[in-house]
Design a protein around this ligand. Structure first.
Ligand SMILES: [Zn+2]
Length: 188
């Protein structure tokens, strides 16, 4: 099933998402649905709050970014109950976008190295370290679980200039090739 994507300004994107139990209802279906929704909207990653579910899950398929980072060619993973336990390295700037903020791209600084624990879709526990572009994508998706949007991390001067653009997006003034849910609309 392909879900509509929740757009900037909707309160579900600002909640801190909750860990889930292994027997979370519909979990088996939810993971492939997240992937399917992500592929449909041509994202590199998608977090559960972006389809209106305030739970700690995100999925990533880095294939489209393999040109920039070859190791992403085979990077397809679901992260359940992820927790970043370490961030280190230099702050590196790079332009990011987000399916929940259609049409807006801005430079964001992120740490180059992370350590993260999580369960995969077979409920195997992992404790892994990532660098570079992979670490960036993971941090972007992970932030969604803590109610953080990438625009929060843009430098303050630039962020002030973004205010009216974000306001327009939250009112539906954007073009997107996928279905969306605006703030104020009900999530089913
Ligand atoms: Zn995002």
């Amino acid at each position: 099933m392909i879900y509509p994507i929740v757009v900037y300004g909707h309160p579900v994107l600002r909640k801190v998402a909750a860990d889930i139990e292994k027997d979370y209802p519909g979990l088996e279906r939810l993971i492939p649905d997240l992937f399917e929704t992500m592929y449909k909207s041509e994202g590199l990653g998608l977090a559960a709050p972006q389809i209106g579910k305030s739970i700690r899950i995100f999925v990533i398929d880095g294939k489209p970014a393999a040109e920039d980072e070859p190791s992403l060619a085979d990077f397809k993973k679901a992260f359940i109950n992820p927790h970043i336990t370490e961030k280190s390295g230099d702050l590196v700037p790079m332009t990011e976008g987000c399916l929940s903020i259609p049409g807006l791209r801005e430079e964001v600084n992120r740490e180059s190295h992370i350590r993260i624990t999580y369960y995969d879709e077979n409920w195997n526990w992992h404790d892994e370290e990532y660098d570079g572009y992979t670490a960036r994508i993971i941090q972007h998706e992970y932030d969604h679980l803590d109610g953080i949007m990438f625009t929060d991390k843009v430098n303050p001067l630039r962020r002030r200039l973004l205010k009216s653009k974000l306001m327009a997006i939250s009112k539906g003034k954007f073009e997107a090739e996928y279905r969306t849910i605006l703030p104020g609309q009900k999530i089913k």
